[in-house]
Design a protein around this ligand. Structure first.
Ligand code: COA
Ligand code: AMP
Length: 631
């Protein structure tokens, strides 16, 4: 069937469409229907089914006779090692870990925070939780203790599973001090921690609280899979919103299994046994969906890559991994390709490897710029597919579904809406805009399976953030347009979220940290365009009247403060001291215009601006940092 036919089949009978896809999942009790709309506009999928996520990702492949198939390849240029784990071994490892967690009191519904680098044990920890019906929340290793503490207080986990360290090029990141710091800062105290000791750093364990990963599994009974309801939360994943408090996106088990499994063939054209590589991190949604769950549910081999696109050891690393493991489909963020292109503009290193196994490259996480797409197309000679999605959705809202049919690629567009998503461009009043006109991108409710049913412990915030602006729609927070052929173009965020190297960050969270500096009276953070990372945060600081502190010292204090409070991943390295911030007469800071000035773009002077002269002051301050970069 063509894409049009499949999309129409979904449109005409969504329940039948999703019930058919649900047949690819092993249910303990089949759901009676797909959509549960009794609490609209809150929707759920497959709620009355009974299922287990780990069974579907691991055990069933062993039962089907595929226990010898490689499930996970850990390729780690930073430790110079490669390990392969079969589905059979994965089952034993996960059942043992789950058994040990159960012995320590972890049961269905308990929360477990996972704070680990790119090691297979991170996936095993996620799967062990799924086996028990425990709800995991993975925290990205590049976040600081304070961010970990915020998540501990919100998710109130019984247990934290961590590794002793992560490895960044040139430095070992010790996790234990971050963990201890978070314990100290958080009001909620988890019962215990499990520590995977790595040879690069052996952490001192606290008696009675911390248990060694291997020792605590010794002699325990392996755990079987615990049945959970289709609407049982599989995990909580925190993501940046407008304020400093991250949003806990909830993922229900049933829909997550069905939609992710469907996406593997339909979107990525991947068959069971094929090697699938999402070069991201388990701490992000791409890692949850396409390093861990989707490839395993679908019976693929997934690659856990512990390295960077460049510098580990060079810009040929990706090609080596593709060659060594016969990667068929690669998925990464455009920033990774920009980094490779910057180090090896001619793509000369590609010739050193046999990458003939590669059939497609998928890009997501940020806007894919035409230069990067064209470079990748020319150098790799395979389809380069931009697709658009969010932590909230866990799979593509818009894509070019290679496994259904390869639609014409339009550079600059992540192509068309996937079945399940009725994407519309709305004006401020919620009316659909004509083709070609820019508006807010919204999705008609209900969202499809695997998308967020709510925010953890924050239903009001869920409604306010996503449902209230356009009744009957989910507000994506992105702005853009559709062309005559229904192709989407994602142009900007409508909120204060920025995207740095494919990582979603909140300028509001950074502003909260800057405002805590004793000399800072007021501040603003914007995202300024960057050729490598897409955007980089930039701070504007107004100091308290009469302060005698040296402005340069305040700037460097603030840079350190953001790194310490949010983490190195914020990449907050530049700020300027200004006299005043441009505002509307009602006091709203004009961040959008400041960003346009930083990027050297034209802007419309808002009629409500309080004092236009301030924009000139901002321009002068930005010039001291070399902005705009391409003037
Ligand atoms: N643990 C600890 N620190 C981390 C970390 C982790 N897991 N991940 C990143 N950091 C640190 C980095 O070391 C860097 O620290 P520094 O300021 O001391 O240099 C900082 O956080 C910023 O990291 P990043 O923005 O990733 O920049 P980078 O210069 O290290 O690498 C790229 C740039 C483009 C190579 C890198 O961002 C990349 O590979 N991106 C791929 C995109 C991706 O995976 N996106 C996920 C969504 S698909
Ligand atoms: P995250 O939740 O971290 O996956 O970030 C989601 C946000 O990243 C989206 O709301 C977009 O702003 C941006 N984004 C993701 N994919 C794309 C894409 N293909 N094109 C443009 N922006 C994207």
């Amino acid at each position: 069937m063509s894409y049009d036919e499949i999309y129409k089949a979904w449109e005409s009978d969504p329940d039948a469409f999703w019930m058919e896809q649900a047949q690819a999942i092993d249910w303990i009790k089949s759901p009676s229907k797909a959509l549960f709309d009794e609490n609209a506009p809150l929707y759920e999928w497959f709620s009355d089914g009974q299922v287990n996520g780990c069974w579907n990702a691991v055990d069933r492949h062993v039962e089907a006779g595929n226990g010898d198939r490689i499930a996970i390849i850990h390729d780690s240029p930073v430790t110079n090692s490669v390990h392969k784990i079969t589905y059979g071994e994965l089952k034993d490892r996960v059942a043992s870990l789950a058994g040990a967690l159960r012995t320590k009191g972890i049961e269905k519904g308990d929360r477990v925070i996972i704070y680990m680098p790119m090691v297979p044990e991170a996936l095993e920890a996620m799967l062990a939780c799924a086996r028990l019906g425990a709800i995991h929340s993975v925290v990205f290793g590049g976040f600081a203790a304070n961010e970990l503490a915020v998540r501990i207080d919100d998710a109130t986990p019984k247990c934290i599973i961590a590794a002793s360290c992560g490895i960044e090029p040139g430095r070992v990141v010790q996790y234990k001090p971050l963990l201890d710091g978070a314990f100290e800062l958080a009001d909620h105290k988890p019962d215990f921690c499990v520590m995977l000791q790595r040879e690069q750093e052996v952490a001192a364990l606290e008696n009675g609280r911390d248990f060694d990963w291997f020792e605590f599994q010794a002699g325990v009974e392996p755990a079987d899979c615990v049945p959970v309801e289709g609407n049982h939360p599989a995990y909580i994943l925190y993501t940046s919103g407008t304020t400093g408090a991250p949003k806990g996106v909830v993922r229900h088990t049933g829909g997550h299994l069905v939609a992710l499994n469907w996406s593997m063939k339909a979107i990525y054209d991947s068959d069971p046994g094929d090697v699938f590589w999402a070069a991201s991190d388990v701490g992000w949604v791409v890692g949850h969906s396409y390093i861990c769950y989707a490839p395993l549910i679908h019976g693929n081999t997934t690659i856990v890559f512990e390295g960077k696109p460049v510098g580990t050891p060079d810009a040929g690393t990706f090609w080596r991994v593709i060659q060594d493991h016969n990667v068929k489909c690669l998925f990464t963020a455009p920033t990774a390709f920009r980094a490779i292109k910057r180090d090896d503009p001619e793509g000369a290193l590609i010739a050193d490897y046999d990458i003939s196994s590669l059939e497609s490259l998928f890009l997501a996480g940020e806007r894919a710029d035409p230069d990067t797409i064209e470079w990748a197309q020319a150098k790799l000679g395979v389809p380069v597919i931009d697709h658009w999605w969010q932590t909230e959705t866990s799979w593509a809202i818009a894509a070019n579904p290679l496994g259904i049919e390869k639609l014409p690629v339009k550079i600059g567009s992540p192509s068309v809406s996937m079945p399940g998503y009725d994407v519309q461009i709305l004006d401020e009043g919620g009316h659909e805009m004509p083709a070609g006109e820019l508006g807010a991108i919204a999705v008609k409710l209900p969202l499809p399976p695997a998308t967020l049913p709510t925010l953890w412990n924050a239903e009001d915030r869920f409604r306010k953030s996503y449902l209230n602006t356009f009744p009957g729609y989910y507000e994506t927070g992105d702005a853009g347009y559709k062309d005559e052929d229904g192709y989407l173009y994602i142009m900007a965020r409508t909120d204060d979220v920025i995207n740095v190297a494919g990582h979603r960050l909140s300028t509001g969270a950074m502003e909260e940290v800057l405002a805590s500096h004793p000399d800072v009276a007021e501040c603003a953070v914007i995202g300024a365009a960057d050729t490598l990372k897409g955007q980089l945060p930039m701070g504007f600081l107004c100091l308290n009247k009469g302060t005698t502190s040296d402005p340069e010292t305040v700037v460097s204090d603030c840079v350190k403060l953001v790194r310490d409070k949010i983490g190195p991943v914020a990449a907050f390295k530049q700020a300027v001291v200004v006299e005043r911030l441009p505002k509307t007469r009602s006091g709203k800071i004009l961040r959008g215009i400041m960003a346009k000035i930083a990027d050297g773009q034209d802007y419309k002077m808002p009629a409500t601006i309080d004092d236009p002269i301030i924009l000139d002051e901002i321009r002068v301050s930005l010039a001291t940092l070399g902005y705009p970069k391409h003037a």
